[in-house]
Ligand binder design. Structure first.
Ligand SMILES: C[S@@+](CC[C@H](N)C(=O)[O-])C[C@H]1O[C@@H](n2cnc3c(N)ncnc32)[C@H](O)[C@@H]1O
Length: 238
């Protein structure tokens, strides 16, 4: 039976359907390196318990982390901080877990989850920094309702941030960028705009030489194709 007959994804009582994805099985029993679906909501308000060796470290969450290229390198470079990478793709998350495990990172956890569930995954004031890099642009008019960043979502996310917490956004898609700016303008009571850059690497002599975590996997491709990267930094007013 389809999950759609039950609660919509942004409803508190939404339940993930049973998955037949082969990587769902591979993600089970891997201990505290990865959590799947409903399990990702068991630590709401207690995310720091996921990092027993570093419970007071600042928490960075990356939405749409894919196979964890940025999250893993960030965790390597900042061992005193904690990182959670979220993506809805089972295989991508599995690849991220493999990388993190090889490097024996204790400050990194992956969540296979729908990003729309973020208010059910994190509690108030839990996130020190949030990263959203190259979210799917859903360019067609009929698809735009699927875009992750909306004014409503910015309002939902703000209370999850620590006071003064930063939200870092990058996109290559001009239409989505303009949509984001409109959404931000409608939520300025929750977020302060720290900076907006419409061509992030314009003054860089050799942007193609930039490495993770300064650039993402998709960003490397856009740089190669000389597509300008739009960047926004927000600060939570909560
Ligand atoms: C265009 S890719 C960008 C990946 C990565 N951030 C980068 O810059 O290389 C978008 C990523 O977001 C993930 N994604 C899209 N919608 C999502 C959702 N609703 N919940 C979780 N992940 C999502 C996709 O699986 C994909 O890995």
């Amino acid at each position: 039976m389809s999950e759609k007959l039950f609660f919509p994804i942004n409803h508190p009582d939404y339940r993930y359907p049973v998955s037949k994805n082969v990587y769902w099985g591979k993600l089970q029993g891997l201990g505290r390196t990865v959590f799947c679906d409903q399990q990702t909501e068991a630590f709401r308000g207690r995310a720091r318990e996921l990092f027993p060796s570093n419970p007071s470290g600042a928490l960075t969450v990356e939405i749409g982390c894919n196979a964890g290229h940025v999250t893993v390198e960030s965790a390597v470079q900042s061992p005193q901080q904690n990182f959670i990478g979220i993506d809805w793709k089972f295989k991508a998350i599995f690849r991220g877990v493999e990388k993190g495990t090889k490097k024996d990172l204790k400050n990194l956890v992956f969540f296979r989850a729908h990003a729309e569930r973020i208010p059910f995954i994190f509690g108030l004031g839990e996130i020190d920094r949030l990263n959203l890099y190259f979210p799917d642009p859903w360019p067609k008019k009929a698809q735009m309702k699927n875009r992750f960043l909306t004014a409503e979502r910015l309002r939902v996310i703000a209370p999850l941030m620590k006071s003064g917490g930063l939200f870092h956004i990058k996109t290559d898609h001009r239409g989505y960028f303009e949509w984001m700016i409109q959404a931000i303008q409608a939520s300025l009571d929750c977020w302060e705009v720290m900076s907006v850059n419409e061509d992030l690497h314009r003054h860089h002599a050799a942007p193609h030489l930039l490495t993770f975590p300064e650039v993402t996997l998709f960003e490397k491709l856009f740089i190669k194709d000389r597509i300008p990267i739009h960047e926004i930094w927000l600060k939570a007013r909560v």
